[in-house]
Design a protein around this ligand. Structure first.
Ligand code: ARG
Length: 467
C-alpha cells in the first residue's frame, strides 16, 4: 500500500525525505497512548451516529489486535509511514480492510499527536512524583538517624555555624517537596484534551469532545482549537520542572562527592553504588552522583531546545513541533534513571558521625554564639563582633580553638566574659540555641520532620488517586 495521503502526488517521495521527516524511530514510544486515544475517538464516532456501531466494533477489535501485535514485537514499523499514527492506521487497515480507513473521520494527526503527548506526560508526572517521594523517604530515615549528629554548616564553603546533619538533609526534603508540588500542579494543565480540534479549526462532524474527555479521564477539553493543536506549554513546563529537579539533584550530588572525599570523609557511599578505577586499585569513585551532576546539562539543553523550537512559530501546527518529542523522552529517562538510583543510594549511605564531630570541634563555627553572649551582657553587636574577631585571630596565631582558651586569655579581650561561656561554646549548646521555627535546634528539626511527613502523606494520597 502506498502513502495514506498519496492521492495528490504524482511521484514517489524521495527516500531521504522519508527518512528525514519520519518520527517513527522515536514516537513508537507513544503506541499505547495512540491506540488508547483512537479507541476513545472511535467509540465516540459510534455514539454520535457518525459511524455505524458495527464498524466501530470492527475497528476497536482491529486496534486491540494491532496493540497486541506491537506488544509482541510482531509489527515492523516503517519510515515510509512516517510516524506512529500512520503506522498504526496502516496496520489497522491491513488487519481489518478498508473499514479501518474510517477511524480517522473527524480527526487530524495534529489533534491526535497532541492527545498522545498529554496522555504520555500525565502518566510520567505521576511516576516521577512517586520517585521523588521515595527519595524524600530515604532522606527522612537518614535525618531521623542523625538527629544527634552535629556537622559544620557552610556558607561560601567555609565553616559557618554547626548544624544537625538531620537539618541539612531536611533542606533537600523541602526542595523535593516543592518539586513534587510543581509536578502535581502541572498535572492540571496536562490533563486537558486537545482531540476534536481537527487540523486546526474543528471538524464538520457532530462529534462530542466531552464524551472523549470522559472516556480518557481528562478533566477538561481545550477551549480553542488552534491552541489545542499548537500548545506545547505543558511540555515546556515539564522540562522546566525537570530542570529544577536536576539542579536540586546536582547540588546534592556535589555534596555527596565532596563529603565522600578523603578530605571531608563525612560519608561513605555503599560499594553497590560506586565504581572502581581501571588503573588505581585503591579508588572507589562516586560515579552515580557525578553522572547525575553531568546529566543535568542535557535536561537544561532539552528545555532550551524546545523553547527555541517554539519561539516565533506561527499558529497552528508546524512540522517543527515534531521536535518536541526526543527531548521530552530523554528528560523522562534521565530523571527516572537518576531518581531510581538516588533513593537506595541515600538509604544505604554510611554517615561518619565521629568524623563530623571532630570537624565541629576543630573550627570556629561557635564564634557567633560567643558574640551573642556578649550582646546578652549589654555590648552592642557590632562591638561584640569586633571583640570576637580579635579573639579568633589570637587563637589562629596561637594554634588554639575558642574552647582551649583560659579565662585569663578571654579577659584580655573583654571583662564581660565569665565561666558560662564554656557551656555556651559547646556544639550542642550552639545548635540547640537556634530554637526558632525552621532552625537547627534538635526539637525544631524533630518537628520539621513531623511536618514534612504530613506533606508526604498528602503526596501519597495524591499518588493513589492518580495511579
Ligand atoms: N509526527 C507528527 C508530529 O509528531 C505528527 C503530526 C503530523 N501532522 C502533520 N500535519 N504533518 O508532530
Amino acid at each position: 500500500m502506498s502513502k495514506l495521503w498519496g492521492g495528490r502526488f504524482t511521484k514517489q517521495t524521495n527516500h531521504l525525505v522519508d527518512e528525514y521527516t519520519a518520527s517513527i524511530g522515536f514516537d513508537q514510544a507513544l503506541a499505547e497512548e495512540d491506540i488508547q486515544g483512537s479507541l476513545a475517538h472511535v467509540t465516540m464516532l459510534g455514539k454520535c451516529g457518525i459511524l455505524p456501531q458495527e464498524d466501530v466494533e470492527t475497528i476497536k477489535a482491529g486496534l486491540n489486535k494491532v496493540l497486541d501485535k506491537i506488544h509482541k514485537g510482531e509489527i515492523e514499523f516503517s519510515v515510509s509511514d512516517e510516524d506512529i499514527h500512520m503506522n498504526v492506521e496502516k496496520n489497522l487497515i491491513a488487519e481489518i480492510g478498508p473499514v479501518g480507513g474510517k477511524l480517522h473521520t473527524g480527526r487530524s494527526r495534529n489533534d491526535q499527536v497532541a492527545t498522545d503527548m498529554h496522555l504520555y506526560l500525565r502518566k510520567r508526572v505521576v511516576e516521577l512524583s512517586g520517585m521523588l517521594y521515595e527519595l524524600q523517604k530515604s532522606l527522612v530515615v537518614q535525618a531521623r538517624d542523625n538527629l544527634d549528629t552535629i556537622v559544620p554548616g557552610y556558607t561560601h564553603l567555609q565553616r559557618a555555624q554547626p548544624i544537625l546533619f538531620a537539618h541539612h538533609l531536611m533542606a533537600y526534603v523541602s526542595m523535593f517537596q516543592r518539586d513534587i508540588e510543581r509536578l502535581m500542579d502541572s498535572y492540571k494543565r496536562i490533563n486537558v484534551l486537545p482531540l476534536g480540534a481537527g487540523a486546526l479549526a474543528g471538524t464538520t462532524f457532530p462529534i462530542d469532545r466531552h464524551f472523549v474527555a470522559e472516556q480518557l479521564q481528562f478533566d477538561r477539553v481545550y477551549e480553542n482549537s488552534l491552541d489545542a493543536v499548537s500548545d506545547r506549554d505543558f511540555i515546556l513546563e515539564f522540562l522546566s520542572h525537570a530542570s529544577i529537579i536536576m539542579m536540586h539533584l546536582s547540588r546534592l550530588s556535589e555534596e555527596l562527592v565532596l563529603w565522600s572525599s578523603t578530605e571531608f570523609n563525612f560519608i561513605e557511599l555503599d560499594d553497590a553504588f560506586c565504581t572502581g578505577s581501571s588503573i588505581m586499585p585503591q579508588k572507589k569513585n562516586p560515579d552515580v552522583p557525578e553522572l547525575v551532576r553531568g546529566k543535568t546539562g542535557r535536561v537544561y539543553g532539552n528545555l532550551m531546545g524546545l523553547l527555541t523550537v517554539l519561539k516565533s512559530l506561527p499558529l497552528a501546527y508546524n512540522k517543527d513541533m515534531q521536535e518536541d518529542k526526543e527531548g521530552m523522552f530523554d528528560t523522562v529517562a534521565t530523571l527516572e534513571g537518576a531518581l531510581q538510583l538516588f533513593a537506595p543510594m541515600i538509604a544505604s549511605m554510611k554517615v561518619n558521625k565521629s568524623r563530623m564531630r571532630e570537624a565541629v570541634n576543630k573550627d570556629f563555627s561557635n564564634a557567633t554564639d560567643i558574640a551573642d553572649f556578649l550582646v546578652g551582657k549589654g555590648l552592642p553587636f557590632r562591638q561584640a563582633h569586633e571583640v570576637i574577631g580579635k579573639t579568633v585571630l589570637y587563637c589562629i596565631q596561637n594554634g588554639k580553638y575558642l574552647l582551649d582558651l583560659t579565662m585569663d586569655e578571654f579577659k584580655q579581650f573583654s571583662d564581660l566574659f565569665d565561666d558560662a561561656i564554656y557551656q555556651v561554646l559547646q556544639p550542642e549548646t550552639v545548635v540547640n540555641a537556634r530554637n526558632v521555627y525552621g532552625g537547627t535546634a534538635t526539637d525544631q528539626v524533630a518537628d520539621a520532620i513531623k511536618r514534612s511527613e504530613v506533606l508526604m502523606n498528602m503526596t501519597e494520597q495524591w499518588l493513589e488517586e492518580h495511579q
